[in-house]
Design a protein around this ligand. Sequence first.
Ligand code: NAD
Length: 220
Amino acid sequence: MKILLIGANGKMGKKMQEFLKLQNCDFVALDKQNIKQYKNSDADVVLDFSSSEALKQNLDIAKEKNLPIIIGTTNHSENNYKLIDNYKKYIPIFISANFSLGFNVMLEILRNLKQLKNYQFVIIEKHHKKKKDSPSGSAKIMQKCLEQNNIKYNTVSFRVGEVVGEHSLQIYGENEFLEIKHIAQSKMLFCEGAFKVCKFMLNKKEGLYSMEDMLKSDCL
Ligand code: NAD
């Protein structure tokens, strides 16, 4: 498998390069200054760890090369979701704000809390001080899971130190307290997940794919 890695000079991009080298996986490292190089590069998938503002460019690259695209960026606008809806007619698109297996299994629990809907819910997320979006894309997925069961919540975000990523859901009842928590201990976690997703997306038909699709498949 050969990967066109977009955003290769960023924090995630650099980690991804490190990870792919350890896997002996071929890749082309693309960032703002050398993006045109995609034209002369053959590959099997496009992996996007750049910025939500680069989404159209990245979808155009995938469409021109007729390749699946895995979108790992967060903070997408309504307009970006419209673009994805349009491009999924032509190419396979995978999007997830969090490639971690553990986090996505935690979401399964969050989708099944309707018996507690009269309790009080708080989503707490912490990330390193350089993270641009707030709340995080992962916290927004947690919010959607609760909304599916009409559960009301508050969300609190912290941008502190070098925290890789912490997401917890605190649930307060009259006489009990629950906490469901995921801690990413290294960015390598997201690299491992992204690599699994790239393999999952090889030879897929056009359409939109998610972590839920991957968890349901036998590819793990
Ligand atoms: P970063 O700012 O450190 O890096 C982004 C890189 O993208 C930079 O090198 C920048 O030059 C490049 N870039 C920006 N516009 C570009 C363009 N038009 N063409 C090519 N390259 C371009 O950010 P980061 O911390 O590496 O995070 C990148 C994205 O990944 C963020 O949206 C972040 O939220 C997301 N993220 C997702 C996961 C996940 O599991 N899906 C995990 C961690 C981070």
